[in-house]
Write a protein that binds this ligand. Structure first.
Ligand code: ZN
Length: 151
């Protein structure tokens, strides 16, 4: 099977929100949803929203379906942007660097429910942000672009 190559464009606001959330949550993981749209064949991540998990620990943050859906509905109503939709997930790793095999499995599983690839961003303890993409249940190669002038 050929893997689709994903081009993902990140708005600087996405990185700012994720970095601020990582600092605010300290030694506890946090995470949320990426909202954006598709522009030709590129995924554009325009907003990151936080979906707090009251049971998060230093090595786990769970994206509870009902909390994620509520946060998504609220954000779409507040932002009131005609193209916006769910394009992926993000979370922080205070203790461990890089997406885990469990993280990769979750984004692969989630991608089965969507016709387009999903993006996962993981904020590591060293402040780097690592990305994965999955389409139809499998990881696919991706290139991240930061294009602040295009918004
Ligand atoms: Zn993780």
């Amino acid at each position: 099977m050929r893997h689709r190559h994903l081009n993902a464009v990140l708005h600087p606001n996405v990185l700012d929100v994720i970095r601020a959330a990582a600092v605010a949550s300290g030694r506890t993981e946090t995470g949320g949803l990426l909202l954006g749209w598709w522009e030709r064949d590129a995924l554009v991540a325009r907003y990151a929203i936080e979906v707090p998990d009251p049971d998060a620990t230093t090595s786990s943050w769970t994206r509870a379906r009902h909390r994620a859906q509520n946060a998504l509905d609220r954000a779409l109503a507040d932002l009131d942007h005609p193209w916006l939709g769910y394009v992926g997930d993000w979370h922080t790793h205070p203790a461990l660097c890089g997406p885990s095999s469990q993280d990769e499995q979750s984004i692969c599983n989630a991608s089965l429910g969507y016709s387009q690839p999903l993006l996962l961003l993981v904020h590591c303890a060293d402040e780097a942000i690592k990305a994965r993409s999955a389409a139809r249940g499998q990881l696919c190669p991706l290139t991240i672009h930061c294009r602040p002038d295009s918004f």
